[in-house]
Design a protein around this ligand. Structure first.
Ligand code: AMP
Ligand code: MG
Length: 439
């Protein structure tokens, strides 16, 4: 049997970032910059006021105080859209708004609060530091600066900077177009009535969502029947417009395992057993240049397989350098059993521990490959290595954190509330792993 790491390595070897192209900012959101971006112009583009107030010559207001105020005639009024303002002569002031260009001659801005705010003549009651409240051209970014390196993910701040620099179409790796295709003649689309023996197709929704969360644009095709002709036709159709294809179901040893029947063969998908649980039957291949993942049908197997194999591939297609989800060290709350020779990914909830101690992983009770309910409340996938069959309570293990951006459970260092808190409406932590279902 192939190890998880070998399978991941083989997949990543076959995948390169999608060719870069210019995209408008809205579409570039969440994409990765393909080349380092140098500023074509400076930021700020011109000297401007950092305050609402009066542009003055500092020398004219030396020593101003409430007892010895200085009064200057106001000769101009400069709003933010002022164009090129008229000069300020010695002994005069111009009212100026935040962001407005500094008028020639003035070297200092006195904020409104230090004045009486009048428009005909202004009385200044505090002496400014010469040069205060002026944002100098280029003090944020100088023309030619490398402002964003290649490989940078474009989020809110990066898009803001690009816009400020008047870059309308940064060159990025586009989002991968992922086609998600579920197979199974027993499947019914969500919301439709179920006949005897039928089940709702959950995989196509779950995997489509996982692919979107991994940054893909998703096309979902649900419930392709277990007929080789039907599957082959749908597959050929979706392959053309996809950067990656993800199927679920039909890859084990059943009589109607259509995905395997149609896609097995040289130059197509290689079907093999990966030493993991859940999710042992896996398939991967590159067909017409498109990576194709055939995930097992059991819903937890499908999502865990996605997490381990497809997500890193999507991140690489997007041009991200780091394709691994963050892991953390946890201690087990209770004794665990795991099949020797296979790496287990147990659905677990994490609870804060004492200061400086790793979070505690409570493995959820329903660990069957079909039991989505535990995955739906899990914070993490607890990794039990291949060589550990019996794991005592208190063992340190690695976990893949699924919960979000910042761990909330990490105790004082993160300061978050403890999981399993009834006040939060969390379901109680349940028994250690017992169920053993097939992958
Ligand atoms: P298979 O590998 O196709 O035999 O599927 C394994 C198990 O997963 C069976 O119990 C299927 O009914 C179930 N299954 C397969 N595809 C889906 C799906 N799209 N949604 C929910 N369950 C599925
Ligand atoms: Mg099936």
């Amino acid at each position: 049997m192939k190890s998880v790491d070998e399978h991941v390595a083989g997949i990543l070897d076959a995948i390169v970032p999608l060719p870069p192209r210019p995209l408008p900012l809205r579409s570039a959101h969440g994409c990765v910059l393909a080349a380092g971006l140098h500023a074509a112009s400076a930021l700020p583009g011109f000297d401007n006021s950092a305050m609402d107030g009066y542009a003055v010559h500092a020398a004219d207001v030396v020593g101003a105080s409430p007892d010895r105020p200085v009064t200057l005639p106001v000769t101009g009024d400069i709003p933010a859209a002022a164009g090129t303002p008229s000069p300020v002569a010695r002994g005069t002031a111009a009212r100026i708004m935040t962001g407005a260009p500094l008028p020639p001659g003035a070297d200092t801005v006195v904020q409104l609060e230090w004045t009486d705010g009048r428009m005909d003549r202004v009385t200044v009651t505090r002496a400014p530091v010469p040069g205060q409240h002026i944002r100098r051209a280029g003090e944020d970014v100088a023309a030619g600066d490398l402002v964003l390196p290649a490989g940078r993910l474009l989020g809110a701040a990066q898009l803001g900077l690009l816009a400020a620099l008047n870059v309308a179409t940064p060159v990025v790796h586009p989002r991968p177009r992922a086609a998600v295709l579920s197979t199974g003649s027993e499947l019914v689309e969500v919301g439709e009535p179920l006949g005897p023996g039928q089940i709702v197709d959950s995989n196509s929704h779950a995997v489509a969502a996982a692919a979107r969360e991994a940054g893909a644009d998703v096309r979902r095709l649900a419930g392709v029947p277990d007929s080789p002709a039907a599957f082959a036709a749908v597959f050929a159709d979706i392959l053309a417009g996809a950067d990656v294809v993800i199927t679920t179901g039909g890859v084990s040893v059943g009589a109607f395992d259509v995905v395997k029947q149609v896609l097995a063969g040289p130059g197509k998908v290689r079907f093999e057993s990966v030493a993991m649980r859940p999710g042992m039957p896996q398939g991967f291949g590159v067909i017409d240049g498109v990576p194709v993942f055939t995930l097992p049908g059991n819903p937890v197997s499908a999502l865990v397989s996605f997490e381990l194999f497809v997500r890193p591939a999507l991140l690489r297609l997007r041009g991200l350098a780091s394709v691994r989800r963050p892991t953390l060290v946890v201690t087990t709350a209770h004794e665990l059993r795991s099949p020797r020779g296979r790496r287990s990914y147990l659905r677990a909830r994490l609870a804060a521990s004492d200061a400086g101690r790793p979070p505690v992983a409570h493995v959820l009770g329903l660990q069957g490959a079909h039991q989505l309910s535990a995955l739906a409340v899990a914070d993490a996938l607890l990794i039990v290595p291949e060589d550990s069959a019996d794991v005592p309570a208190g063992t340190e293990l690695t976990a893949l954190y699924l919960g979000g951006d910042l761990p909330e459970f990490g105790g004082p260092q993160f300061g978050g509330p403890e999981r399993g808190d009834p006040e939060r409406g969390d379901p109680a932590v349940v028994d250690p792993v017992r169920t053993r279902a097939r992958a």
